[in-house]
Design a protein around this ligand. Structure first.
Ligand code: AMP
Length: 289
C-alpha cells in the first residue's frame, strides 16, 4: 500500500485555500473529525473515508468547548507525532488539520450551535454543555473543509444523532457516515481515554462490554422488560469497587427515546466511571422474531 505523507495544516485560512484547489479539480472530500490520540477506532473511519473519497482530511483538535470545567480537557492526551505515524498504518491521509484553540476560537468568537431534543437525554443530562461544543466545532469543520462526507463512530452513538439532526435542520450539504464500534480483542471499546486506566481498572472496565453482551443474550432468551435488563447491567458494574454508573438505558436507536419493553431494534447505552475515568459504551440489538 502506498503511504501518503499528510500535509499538516494548522491555519484555518490555509485549509480553506487548499480545499479550493481540491474543489477546482472536482475531487470528493471526506472528513474524519477527531481529538487525536488515534487508535484503530479512528483509523477505521479514515479507511472508510479513503474508500469513498478522493481526498481525506483528518482533523485533530482537542476542542475546549465540549469539555466542562473539571473534566479532562487539560490532561487529554495530545500526541500529534504519534498520530501521524498511526495514520501511516492505513496508508496515511491527505491532510491533517491540527489547529490551535486560538485559531478556531479567535478573540471575539461569539457563536454557538445548539441542537435541541436529542441532546436533552443521556450524555446531555450529565454533560449539559457538551453537545453545543460538539455541534459548533463540527459545523466549523464542515464549513472549513466543505467535505462531501463526514465519518463518525457509533462508539459515540448520541453524537451521531446530534450531528445528523444538525445537518438535517440546518440543511448542511454533507453526508454523515456512521461506522461500527471497533473493540479490543477482549471486547472493550477502543477509546483515547482507556489510557487513563490502571492495569486493574483496565480489567474492571471489561464489565461494560461484557454486561452489554450478556444483555443481548438475555434478550435472545426472551427478556423484554428493560427495567430488568438495565438493573442487571447496573448491578454488574456497581459490584466493582470504585465503579459507578451514570446511566444505563434501553432506547430506540433512531430517536433515543427510552423504551420500557424491547420491541424491534434497540440500543443499550451506558456511561460509567471506573475509578476516575468516565467511559461510555453501547450495543445495538436486533431481537429475533
Ligand atoms: P474522539 O477522538 O474520541 O472525539 O473520536 C473521534 C471519532 O472517532 C468519533 O466519531 C468517535 O465516535 C470515533 N471513535 C472513537 N472510538 C471509536 C471506536 N472504538 N470505534 C469506532 N469509532 C470510534
Amino acid at each position: 500500500m502506498d503511504t501518503i505523507q499528510p500535509e499538516i495544516i494548522t491555519n484555518p485560512s490555509v485549509l480553506k485555500k487548499r480545499i479550493d484547489t481540491f474543489r477546482a479539480e472536482n475531487k470528493s472530500i471526506g472528513l474524519v473529525p477527531t481529538m487525536g490520540a488515534l487508535h484503530y477506532g479512528h483509523l477505521s473511519l479514515v479507511l472508510a473515508s479513503k474508500g469513498d473519497n478522493d481526498v481525506t482530511v483528518v482533523s485533530i483538535f482537542v476542542n475546549p468547548t465540549q469539555f466542562a470545567p473539571g473534566e479532562d480537557y487539560e490532561k487529554y492526551p495530545r500526541t500529534l507525532p504519534d498520530d501521524i505515524e498511526k495514520l501511516a498504518e492505513v496508508g496515511g491521509a491527505d491532510i491533517v488539520f491540527a489547529p490551535s484553540p486560538e485559531a478556531m476560537y479567535p478573540k471575539g468568537f461569539d457563536a454557538n450551535v445548539h441542537v435541541g431534543g436529542v441532546t436533552a437525554v443521556l450524555e446531555g443530562k450529565f454533560r449539559p454543555t457538551h453537545f453545543d461544543g460538539v455541534a459548533t466545532v463540527v459545523l466549523k469543520l464542515f464549513n472549513l473543509t466543505r467535505a462531501d462526507r463526514a465519518y463518525f463512530g457509533q462508539k459515540d452513538f448520541q453524537q451521531i444523532a446530534v450531528v445528523k439532526k444538525m445537518v438535517a435542520d440546518l440543511n448542511v450539504p454533507i453526508e454523515i457516515v456512521s461506522c461500527p464500534i471497533i473493540r479490543e480483542p477482549d471486547g472493550i471499546a477502543m477509546s483515547s481515554r482507556n489510557r487513563y486506566l490502571s492495569e486493574k481498572e483496565r480489567q474492571d472496565a471489561l464489565v461494560l462490554s461484557r454486561s452489554l453482551m450478556e444483555a443481548e443474550k438475555q434478550i435472545a432468551e426472551g427478556v423484554r422488560d428493560t427495567a430488568v435488563i438495565c438493573a442487571d447491567i447496573r448491578q454488574k458494574i456497581e459490584q466493582i469497587e470504585g465503579a459507578s454508573v451514570d446511566y444505563v438505558v434501553v432506547a430506540d436507536p433512531d430517536t433515543l427515546a427510552e423504551m420500557e419493553r424491547v420491541a424491534g431494534n434497540v440500543v443499550i447505552l451506558l456511561a460509567a466511571r471506573i475509578g476516575s475515568t468516565r467511559l461510555i459504551d453501547n450495543r445495538v440489538i436486533t431481537p429475533k422474531r
